[in-house]
Write a protein that binds this ligand. Sequence first.
Ligand SMILES: [Fe+2]
Length: 381
Amino acid sequence: MTDMTLDLRDNGMVVGMPDGETYFNYYWLRDACESCIDPQTRERVFDASELTNAPRASTAMIEGDTLVIGWMDEAQASRVPMSLLRQVAGGGRAVDPAALPRKLWYHDHLPKITRVDQNAVLETGEGRARLTRALIEDGIAIVTGMDKTTEALPRLVNSIGSVTPSAEGLFFDVRVEIEPTNLAFTAGPLEMHTDLPGEEFAPGVQFLHCLENTVDGGLSLFLDGAAVAEALRTEDPEAFALLAGHDIPFFYRHNNWDYRAHQRVIETDPDGNVTGVTISQHLQDNMDLPQYLLDTYYPAFIKFIRMMREERFMLRFRSEAGNCVVFDNHRIVHGREGYVAESGSRHLRGCYTDRGALRSAYRVLAHQGYDGTATDQQAIA
Ligand SMILES: [Fe+2]
């Protein structure tokens, strides 16, 4: 027993917490009872809709670090860990090890990009945690030492999550094709874009495994779209509000497919934080916002696109055979300089997984004690 105060009311109770009194609704407390979760399947086995009457506490006491609640209409008391109440009182949400703040980056990020060897990712929890943490925080990382075979990519992806299919299937090859279905499959320059905005849910994490690159030119371009969006918010708040407030149409169309979806160019969460961007001029459909709105939307849109060409944001590097660039397709904007097709061979093999799989992988690793911050020596030990 402790001397914390418990004030039972009609629809909930006020619990005296270390940082002050906090109100908890009875439905929420009944749902938070430890017995609601099946220990084997770990799924919820209690259904609040089956209660005859709204739950109402008749007694409440604190035993050790557990709140024990007796209910008016139920014989069984509920036990709710105080640690859960403290989490909710503190931030409204349960603690999430994958809720790591984004670290915005700029043109000087190249030497700081997280690089993890393929074997460390495949064989060690810390290696996988380092990769997945970098993808959550920075949105980009490079896996080095990849085998130069087509099997290497699925092996790497599957260490994090399942491959997310797209119109191209499970995997795609970026190289010069005779009848290209996409500008990527030519030797031309590729403007800064995120992939597949015409899909209802564009894939979340992209892998580009470089199998061969001996051509002149064809440098890979990357920038942090969230950093550009935040810069726009500072430099032109009205433009930011337009791009964050309206959906515009994108497509992916060819002989055998006709994908269409509306996306916001700047994605924000309910708190207004930038969570990502969607941009692709080569897959942008005819704007269908009201024509008068376009008088202000277009200048904002063009300003944002032009910012994405500025050197202050741009990383430029040569894709090396044996490396796999992994990046958040909703945040990191990528492109390519043109190259001379006859000067050699350039072959990148790509695929996607989703952001949910990425965060799931990191949470599991964090539960196992790997957080991706160990030094090389600690990781080996
Ligand atoms: Fe792309």
